[in-house]
Design a protein around this ligand. Sequence first.
Ligand code: FE2
Ligand code: FE2
Length: 140
Amino acid sequence: MSTKEDLIHGLNEDLAAELGTVIRYTYQAGKAFGFRGVELRELLAEEIQDELGHAAFLMDVIVDLGGEPTTTPKTFAKPDDLKAMLDLDLEMELQDVEDYMAHAALADELGEVELKFKLEEMAADEAGHARELRRLLKGL
Ligand SMILES: [Fe+2]
Ligand SMILES: [Fe+2]
C-alpha cells in the first residue's frame, strides 16, 4: 500500500530531474556550436520553458500535499560532442516519461485525480520532447 509520503518523495525526484534539465539545457545551449548547434539552441530554448512550467507545477503540488519541495537539481553528464549531448537528452526525456507514468499510477492509487491526469500530460510533453530530439538525431 502506497502512502502520501511515497507520492511526495516521487514528485520530489521528478522536481530534481526538471531542475536538472533546465540547467542541462541552458548549459548545452551555451556549448552548441555551428549550424546544427543553432538548431539545437532553438529546440532547447522552447523546451526549457516547458520544463520550467513542469517544475513550477511540481513545487505547488508538493507544497499542497504538505511536503517540502527540493531545490537541488539532479546532476548530469557533460559530453562535448553534439551527438552525445542529444543521445543523453533523449535518454533522460524517456526516463522522465517512465517516471511520470509511474507517479501518475501512484496518484491514481491515492485518489489524486487531477494530479494523475496532469502527470500523464507531463509524460506526454516529455514524449514530445523525445520525438523532437529523435528528429534532430536522424539528421546528424
Ligand atoms: Fe519536464
Ligand atoms: Fe522534457
